[in-house]
Design a protein around this ligand. Structure first.
Ligand code: ADP
Ligand code: MG
Length: 641
């Protein structure tokens, strides 16, 4: 074994740099935090090639005296801490004196600065950890830090970086978090030569939130506030009809610092329990203020995690703040509001319910028109072009409705589902019994509804229970429909693409900067999904064409859902996966939901479609679509064997 040697300073610095600087977004965060600590009121950020080529942060803060520039880039040198006791009451974002040294170690760093008292500016350059001399230069009061060629001397790190687009996504998220933390500061962000964001100083926090997260979301925020002794929580949480498939829109700030905290995120999830469907995450912007000695921020190299003195008390405070607010807020108002008439309320849940109904009707019409066992033919997925959709699709006579079972089965085709033939009359008082409310479906001419066999029992408006050859099958209606739609979509894409409907009036959609960047850079991919978008200026895009099968859904909502997947950061080579991912998203959006009461015809149609699906046993998310209880198992449970 080699003998023990002290590490060289350069190696120590490189190891330290590895902890703090993971990717361009980390550089951007450290530089912006320095600017805020220097009291800047304006911070201009510019990024080239996702930050791989350049990250530049210019501020109008206090500046660094020329003679202190070498110290600023030296490790463990800071103006923010003097003695050990200061560690217990940290009021600045930085304090470890590590960031600039770490950055200089793995890039070419140029630092230019001037104080108000200084005669002129001065600059210093650090290349791979070697600092050059300090030289005079002309510059305004404040500091500009430029980081070129990040990780040029650490190829391992460089290899781990993603595409410039993905790195820019991370960088713009870091930017957004800091911009949210400091609403009174004017921030701008440029990527390559495009101005991505311009956020003038905001008076109210909600103004800043609207600027980064979109006006529409900002209009559906519920303000919350509470105080427990010196601990204050303020901010807003989104109406449950706005949610995400990940928790990245849960912004927590502690004394002006963005943090992640599992316990607090858990409190958030608890508060929304029952208001969001499984797998969805609440959106929230929350600021926690407490005396600095009640929290230790020195537990994580990037200070993303902190340790609260009384974590459980804070947990309870957050949970009760949100819960009591939700209890006094009529969260259901939108669900119950009258549909149809107010067409202006594009986003209200009444309308959403109506749209869903239209979709169910459409799907039902489509399904009915597919002869059982037939292969997919182009055009199957083209919805009725008439705008109303509803009604036309189910016109008796135009389509075989309800679909014929049994006799129309393709000859020789195995019938996977042996369907229960119960006499509906016996079950008349039963709730959720399929086959009973036949009066709600247009009966097929010449086929009295009462003569139809009972196919499945819908329970809790969620599951379909049927008899199968092996025993009893319980089907998750949403999962199955999702799988069916997904398979159809895949077939359509393979056959040349999803039908697109051009919008008469292109619809502008406000996006977050990361979403806008992803949308524009992945236009071609979105186009394959039938979604054509055009740049509109700023972070707004125009939806010019839309997948025909989603014609009844809100373009903004669909675009957000798709971009969420894109922003989640996949590498370019995995485009097919990404496409697949997006198909899942579309299928999930379009499928009937758990909780939708299905008519007998719809149940029949769903069950019939089941055979067309390659993998009817799993929904695209991998959850089972059906559970089978075998007869042997039942016999055993009932001790018949
Ligand atoms: P820390 O922020 O933890 O002190 P850094 O390495 O980020 O460590 O910065 C070192 C020192 O350089 C800071 O303490 C500060 O005095 C000075 N400095 C860095 N950036 C700026 C800036 N933008 N404006 C003024 N001073 C700065
Ligand atoms: Mg710092």
């Amino acid at each position: 074994m080699p003998s023990i040697r002290p590490l060289s300073q350069s190696l120590i610095n490189k190891i330290a740099a590895g902890e703090v600087i993971e990717r361009p977004a980390s550089v951007l965060k450290e530089l912006m935090e320095n600017a805020l600590d220097a009291g800047a009121t304006r911070i201009d950020v510019s990024v080239a090639d996702g930050g791989l080529a350049l990250v530049r942060v210019a501020d109008n803060g206090a500046g660094i005296p020329a003679d202190e520039l070498p110290l600023a880039v030296a490790p463990h040198a800071t103006s923010k801490l003097a003695e050990a006791d200061d560690l217990a009451r940290i009021g600045t974002l930085g304090f470890r004196g590590e960031a600039l040294a770490s950055i200089g170690e793995v890039s070419r760093l140029v630092l230019r600065s001037r104080t108000a008292a200084g005669q002129g500016g001065a600059e210093i350059e650090v290349v791979g950890g070697a600092a050059g001399p300090t030289a005079p230069c002309g510059c305004p009061v404040g500091t500009t830090a430029e980081v070129h060629n990040l990780f040029f001397n650490t190829p391992v790190r460089r290899r781990f970086l993603r595409t410039p687009q993905t790195e820019f996504g991370h960088a713009s998220e870091a930017f957004t978090r800091i911009a949210l933390a400091a609403p009174a500061v004017h921030f701008t962000l440029r990527h390559n030569d495009r101005q991505v964001l311009d956020l003038p100083a905001a008076e109210a926090w909600t103004e800043r939130i609207a600027a980064v997260a979109g006006r529409e979301l900002a209009e559906h925020l519920i303000a919350v506030e509470s105080a427990d002794g010196p601990v204050r929580i303020r901010g807003s949480a989104a109406h449950p009809s706005y949610s995400r498939s990940n928790n990245r829109m849960q912004y927590l700030f502690l004394n002006g610092r963005h943090i992640r905290d599992h316990a607090l995120q858990h409190a958030l999830a608890e508060a929304y329990r029952g208001l969001l469907t499984v797998g969805r995450y609440a959106i929230a912007f929350l600021r926690i203020e407490m005396p600095p000695d009640m929290v230790d921020v020195n537990v994580h190299p990037t200070k993303l995690e902190v340790r609260f003195q009384d974590a459980s008390r804070l947990y309870s405070q957050l949970l009760s703040t949100l819960r009591s607010k939700f209890l006094t807020t009529d969260l259901t108002v939108r669900v119950e509001s009258a549909p149809a008439e107010d067409a202006s309320a594009g986003h209200d849940a009444g309308r959403a319910a109506q749209l869903r109904q239209e979709l169910v009707d459409w799907a039902k019409g489509k399904m009915a028109s597919w002869p059982a066992g037939s292969a997919l033919t182009p055009g199957d997925l083209t919805p009725d072009p008439s705008p109303g959709g509803r009604g036309e699709n189910v016109a008796p006579g135009a389509l075989p409705w309800p679909p014929e079972l049994g006799p129309s089965q393709a000859p020789g085709e195995r019938r996977p589902l042996e369907l229960t033939r119960l006499d509906p009359g016996r079950w008349a008082p039963g709730e959720g019994l399929c086959g009973r409310p036949t009066d709600q479906v247009p009966p097929e001419p010449g086929s009295p509804a009462t003569a139809r066999p009972l196919l499945a029992l819908q329970v809790h408006n969620r599951y379909l229970v049927t008899e199968s050859r092996e025993g009893v099958t319980i089907i998750d209606q949403h999962a199955l429909h999702e799988r069916i739609l997904y398979e159809h979509l895949r077939a359509r894409i393979a056959a040349g693409g999803i039908e697109t409907q051009s919008l008469l009036v292109p619809e502008p959609v406000d996006l977050s900067p990361a979403e806008a960047a992803a949308a524009l850079e992945d236009r071609e991919l979105l186009a394959r999904l039938g979604l054509r978008i055009e740049p509109f200026g700023g972070d707004t895009v125009l939806v010019a064409a839309f997948p025909a099968m989603l014609a009844n859904m809100n373009p903004a909502e669909v675009l957000h859902a798709l971009l969420e997947r894109l922003v989640a950061g996949r590498r370019k080579p995995e485009r097919e996966d990404m496409l697949d991912d997006l198909l899942h998203t579309i299928a999930c959006r379009a499928a009937i939901k758990a909780g939708d009461r299905l008519s007998p015809g719809e149940i029949e149609a769903l069950l019939q479609e089941r055979h067309l699906v390659h993998d009817a046993h799993h929904c695209p998310h991998g959850r089972p679509t059906a559970l089978v209880f075998t007869r042997e198992e039942l016999d055993r449970q009932f001790r018949r064997t």
